[in-house]
Design a protein around this ligand. Structure first.
Ligand code: UDP
Length: 327
């Protein structure tokens, strides 16, 4: 198929480009390079420097490349920044996506739209694991804007026949280090890369945000999912939509929770380095525990995470760091 990956120079997007190329799809990447890395897009994959918020530019890309399926990763992703700078999120995540969807609906060629969504649409859950029907109470403009896009997709699907899947990622992590791909955010705010920075000496220590949460060891619990597993889920979602399967939202996680301390312990054993931790106050807006119920993706998409072991996820992230930074 001919596919478009927006945000294809970013972390999850660049892994998706590789996954699509590996199974024989054609890919065009659109990225505005606000956070992407040009070297994350393989040579030979067409790259268009553009803003997905330009319906005109996106219509030209869809037309010129005869695009049949769209994977939409381009977005702003920092919860704290979204609270301080909501305009960037409402415009960058909602308004820009609506502009892209105008181009998609008018294209006449696009048969499926796969949206990067997030567990942040749920807010603090009533219970874990969280299923897709759990009430949506996002607690940041980031979560609000991702939920608003899902609502638009529902309405456009009903009214205009758009086939869509919104994939709600829990904590994306790991790397396809053999392909030279990994996580490079600037600034980095995610736990696993920060813990590995503490292991490599790039930072002195890692702060543990909250040590008296109502969790087994008092630190926050999250469902970490390998980025390559996320990509496989996107391929499964595309197949599902093309087979005429029902549009909808799917949690993507492993169904297993791991605490911050567990991550640090696994990182210590994998790296063999010293990692200094500092107990810190909880971070505003962090729920104590977020774990996905993953039955819907298993049943409907026939997908489940194959790289769920924490040692695999942290090990691949470390291998990427060793390769990319020679630490
Ligand atoms: N966390 C932490 N120290 C850090 C960064 C994150 O203790 O320096 C915790 C954070 O409170 C959360 C977990 O690690 O419970 C994962 O955070 P991350 O920012 O990676 O992802 P989020 O769950 O916020 O999407």
């Amino acid at each position: 198929m001919r596919t478009l990956v927006t945000g294809g120079a970013g972390y999850v997007g660049s892994h998706m480009v590789k996954a699509l190329v590996d199974v024989g799809h054609q890919v065009v990447v659109v990225d505005d390079m606000s956070a992407g890395h040009r070297d994350a897009v393989p040579p030979g994959v067409p790259f268009v420097l553009a803003d997905v918020g330009s319906t005109k530019d996106m219509a030209a890309v869809l037309r010129d490349h005869h695009v049949e399926a769209v994977f939409h990763f381009a977005a702003k992703i920092r919860v704290e920044e979204s609270v301080a700078q909501p305009r960037r999120y409402w415009k960058g995540n909602l308004v820009a996506t609506l502009a892209l969807l105008d181009a998609v609906l008018d294209s006449g060629t696009v048969q499926a739209f796969v949206q990067s969504s997030t567990a942040a649409v749920y807010g603090t859950p009533d219970e874990v694991p969280i299923d897709e029907d759990h009430p949506k109470r996002p607690e940041s403009p980031y979560g609000e804007t991702k939920l608003a896009v899902e609502r638009a997709l529902e309405a456009y699907g009903r009214a205009h026949g758009l086939r869509w899947a919104a994939l709600r990622y829990f904590n994306a992590a790991g790397a396809d280090h053999e392909a030279g791909l990994g996580e490079r955010h600037e600034p980095e705010t995610h736990l696993i890369p920060l813990v590995l920075d503490a292991a490599s000496g790039k930072r002195e220590s890692i702060s543990i945000y909250g040590t008296s949460w109502p969790t087994p060891d008092g630190t926050c619990v999250r469902d970490y999912i390998h980025v390559s597993d996320l990509c496989e889920a996107h391929l499964a979602a595309l197949d599902h939509l093309l087979r005429g399967g029902e549009s909808g939202a799917f949690n993507l996680g492993t169904g297993r929770g791991h605490s911050v301390r567990e991550i640090v312990d696994v990182a210590r054993s994998i790296t063999g380095r010293r990692i200094t931790t500092v107990d810190a106050l909880p971070r505003a807006g962090d729920p104590p525990s977020l774990v996905a119920k993953v039955d819907r993706a298993a049943k409907v998409l026939g997908w489940s995470a194959r790289r769920a072991e924490l040692s695999r996820i942290v090990g691949d992230a470390w291998a990427w760091k060793l390769r990319s930074e020679q630490v």
